[in-house]
Design a protein around this ligand. Sequence first.
Ligand code: DX5
Ligand code: ZN
Length: 214
Amino acid sequence: MIKIAPSVLSCDFSKMGEEIKHIDLCGADYIHIDVMDGHFVPNITFGAPVVKCVRKCTQKVFDCHLMISDPLKYAEDFAKAGADIINFHVEADSPIEATIDKILALGCRAGLTVKPATPAEAVFPYLDKLSLVLVMTVEPGFGGQIFMGDMLPKISAIRAECVRRGLSPEIEVDGGINAANARSVIDAGADVLVAGSAVFGAQDVAAAIESLRG
Ligand code: DX5
Ligand code: ZN
């Protein structure tokens, strides 16, 4: 069963709690929360205090995508704020193994994310500790960008490596996903699809979420 993780980056931040309640009612599986520090990516969103505030709006899984330079330093803040999954970038400055271990010690699921220019092999040494691998299909930093179809082989390569080693982290894909390309992402091996514009830009949010399941 394919999971859909609407990205709140595309919601109206003046009523973020209500928006999260709405996507929960409309069938979201995970709530994808994009945290940007203006350093790792050229945009700033919000931090752990905001995550803590909206935690009371839903019981759904909080999938925090940290686009920040030092995830090791801030992992505890997000765990305390109520993150269930903490995704950080393999390209960030923190030591990767130590950051995964920290996230696990905090009682969260660990996810490792790759930017478009980073090869699949970058996550292979860590697969046995990961609950999730996040493949970016846009350059991180902004919603509403065009899906990069040339990332599909990377999804398949990570899936193949997991199968070869008998591992089953979820493979999540993020960036430019819509009803027209969702099938190709699923066929490539994805388990979880992130979507910002395609969900929050829709008149009928429940139908938009369903249409992404392929
Ligand atoms: C981009 C974020 C994505 C983004 C997806 O840096 O990580 O989660 O919000 O938005 P869409 O679906 O509009 O590309
Ligand atoms: Zn994201």
